[in-house]
Design a protein around this ligand. Structure first.
Ligand code: SF4
Ligand code: SF4
Length: 448
């Protein structure tokens, strides 16, 4: 006699979401993994079918279940395509929590510990040293996972002056608004310290952004200063918890969420600003993560409503004096489109830069295959998903591709390096920041 299979507890709690799926298949064209593999089990409908089988006790949460749930990008492109309103992102987190509680746990677990745990500052220091040594660039075209990982690391460095003006390449907690090697900022930014201190923002520094994209934090602070905002530090903050939640490590994600809520409340800021769309989408999920406690859910709702992408705040701000002649493509991170639901914000903010030609990539509504640590765990499938964007970038002859999420910057930047394409990847605030300096330089030389 076959022993009854254990029912997955978290998915059992999400039965109403599972039951909402009517198996119409309208989500299949939106799903990048299904488009790449043409395997129904790699589609939203197929994955929901596997979840239902597990809930009915007819399928174990190891084997095929784990394989296809792990291959999901978590991009949530299936959600707006679904006429029944199935909350696939929530189902996916439940499925991964059940999988993590049982066998397996996914190859991403140890990476999460290395990038977000107590020893992560040491890991980032080693990575920055490796990046600075040139070994990452030299090894970026090696085959397999090692080449992929080195290409990702190489992509965290600014590739050219046109993409990234800042010379800072290390972790930075400095609140400086003017690097010594750059032209002076606009009069508005220079006078920032004398301005009315409100509205005030607190910046989520995160883990990978703080460890490898310190220059983007520096640019964020300069651009927000020039837009009329002041900063209130959110002491005690940390990783947003997204990587934990996506891997099914729910207790760790909840612990980090509570820590960030307390840090934001202490800051007294009006806005919780993110420059990593994945972190912003995670904070918007905090009320769901903490739904077990009424007090924490209410506090999480307050923080979620105060959270926005940096480009949204710039677009609402007091206006920038910025100019830059460049052809730039925007690729919207999935978590900006389907998590924060604000994929127009970078385009609105960048429209203030005189001389900038900016347009969305045709596949901007599609995942690049980066998806947190996905590209390191599934390099082959991730590379296939990226291919369409690389061809669009090549044909468009852009100088720079901007995207507001570290995983997307690394994934697209690595692909550009590996294929030796001309364009570079950057964060939208790096372009805004460069535009401020160009305008300041023009004003200083009187050539404007
Ligand atoms: S579109 Fe929605 S209802 Fe239809 S198969 Fe996909 S998840 Fe199910
Ligand atoms: S989250 Fe993305 S990869 Fe996963 S099923 Fe939905 S569309 Fe497909």
């Amino acid at each position: 006699m076959t022993a009854a299979l254990a029912r997955p507890a978290r998915l059992l709690d999400g039965r109403s979401d599972l039951a909402a799926c009517v198996h119409c298949g309208l989500c299949l064209p939106a799903c990048p993994t299904y488009q790449a593999t043409r395997d129904e089990n790699d589609s939203p409908r197929g994955r929901i079918h596997l979840m239902k089988l597990a809930v009915e006790g007819r399928l174990s949460t190891s084997g095929a279940f784990t394989h296809h749930i792990d291959r999901c990008l978590g991009c949530r492109a299936c959600e707006p395509a679904c006429p029944a309103g199935v909350r696939f992102g929530s189902l996916l987190e439940r499925a991964r929590e059940d999988r993590a509680a049982g066998e397996g746990g996914g190859g991403a677990r140890w990476l999460i510990g290395a990038f977000t745990g107590r020893t992560s500052p040491v890991a980032y220091a080693v990575l920055r040293a490796l990046r600075g040594s040139g070994a990452a660039v030299a090894g970026a075209r090696l085959p397999g996972r090692i080449g992929h990982a080195l290409a990702w690391l190489a992509a965290t460095a600014p590739r050219s002056r046109s993409a990234s003006p800042s010379t800072s390449s290390s972790s930075s907690t400095s609140h400086s608004t003017s690097p010594s090697t750059s032209p002076p900022l606009s009069p508005r930014a220079a006078a920032d310290e004398e301005m009315d201190p409100s509205p005030a923002y607190a910046l989520l520094e995160g883990c990978i952004m703080k460890g490898l994209f310190g220059r983007v934090h520096d640019a964020t602070r300069r651009v927000l200063g020039a837009s009329g905002y002041s900063e209130r530090p959110a002491a005690g903050q940390g990783c947003c918890g997204a990587l934990h939640a996506h891997a099914g490590l729910a207790d760790g994600a909840r612990h980090l969420a509570r820590r960030n809520i307390e840090a934001f409340e202490r800051s007294g800021a009006d806005w919780f600003v993110v420059n990593a769309a994945g972190c912003g989408a995670a904070i918007k999920e905090y009320p769901d993560w903490l739904a077990g406690s009424e007090e924490w859910r209410e506090r999480a709702e307050h923080v979620a409503s105060a959270t926005c992408d940096v480009t949204r705040l710039v677009a609402r701000g007091s206006g920038l004096n910025a100019e830059l002649k460049a052809a730039v493509a925007h690729d919207a991170p999935c978590h900006l489109s389907f998590g924060l639901r604000d994929d127009e914000a970078p385009l609105e903010a960048l429209s203030a830069v005189r001389g900038l030609e900016i347009e969305s990539l045709p596949s901007s509504d599609r995942c690049c295959g980066g998806a947190g640590l996905y590209a390191l765990v599934h390099p082959e499938l991730s590379g296939r998903i990226l291919e369409t964007k690389l061809r669009e970038i090549e044909e468009g002859e852009y100088d720079t591709v901007v995207t507001g999420n570290p995983g997307c910057m690394m994934q697209i930047g690595a692909g550009l390096r590996r294929e030796r394409l001309r364009a570079s990847a950057a964060h939208p605030v790096e372009i805004l920041d460069l535009g401020l300096r160009r305008a300041a330089a023009t004003a200083a030389t009187g050539t404007g």
